[in-house]
Design a protein around this ligand. Structure first.
Ligand SMILES: [Fe+2]
Ligand SMILES: [Fe+2]
Length: 246
């Protein structure tokens, strides 16, 4: 079957599935756009079932999805993380820091932006060493706090994005002071130093360049992410099947 025919068949199957199912959005998708206290605006459900599995509008994930499957089928463009990992490699960082760079923003690209460092660290905790999740959780915090010893200053981009008057919330202040004294401070700080905020459109980096590092430092479950009964498997399942009714 040609690529065009395949795409048409996929569109047809998706349209058919859409006719069969009611697909509703979780409150978190719409909170703010609408008042979450109001009764949900459910589409007409007459003669339809509520979706409890794969969303027909999305590419289907393999039955035992790997980290790279999530990169390719569920996460947004990953050039920022790939270029950060490449920079860490160039700067002679350890493999764990390179891995941390490669996966540090998976929450912004694939799950939830607010507190993205915390969400990503939690998702990853069963699969990587604690140094990696510490770096990922606290990179979000340390980005707001300069450290001259590492040549890290407050990002110009944050001045533009948040304004000159923005002050980090007290919980970030507390987290910063906690991280400063932590044995893995260095790891989190190195992540902020290699967290590239200007993308170079001429630098091309492939995910596969990091296959070996991921193989050595990411404990990919044989059952697939989401199906291994780890304490965070539900988070991976939700990204895989984001619109199930329950
Ligand atoms: Fe980040
Ligand atoms: Fe980043």
């Amino acid at each position: 079957m040609s690529a065009l025919l395949k795409a048409e068949a996929f569109d047809h199957a998706a349209a058919e599935a859409m006719d069969q199912y009611v697909i509703v959005k979780s409150t978190i998708y719409t909170s703010g756009e609408r008042d979450p206290r109001k009764p949900p605006e459910h589409p007409d459900a007459k003669g339809k079932l509520h979706l409890m599995h794969h969303d027909p509008r999305l590419p289907r994930m393999p039955d035992q999805p790997t980290l790279f499957d999530f990169f390719k089928l569920r996460f947004g463009p990953s050039i920022h993380m790939l270029q950060s990992a490449r920079l860490a490699q160039k700067n002679g960082c350890s493999e764990k820091i390179i891995l941390a760079c490669l996966i540090h923003d998976i929450a912004t690209g694939g799950f939830i932006r607010a507190d993205h460092g915390y969400w990503a660290a939690q998702m990853l905790e069963p699969y990587v060493d604690e140094e990696v999740t510490f770096a990922i959780r606290y990179h979000q915090v340390l980005r707001f706090f300069p450290d001259e010893a590492y040549g890290y200053k407050y990002p110009d981009s944050y001045l533009r994005l948040f304004g000159a008057d923005y002050k980090p919330e007290p919980y970030l202040d507390r987290a910063y002071h906690y991280a400063r004294k932590h044995k893995y401070y260095d790891a989190a700080r190195l992540l902020t130093v290699n967290d590239l905020y200007s993308f170079d459109p001429n630098v091309h980096v492939e995910l596969e360049e990091f296959t070996d590092i991921v193989g050595r430092h990411f404990r990919q479950p044989a059952e697939g992410l989401g199906f291994d009964d780890s304490p965070t498997a539900h988070m991976w399942r939700t990204i895989n099947w984001p619109t199930r009714y329950l």
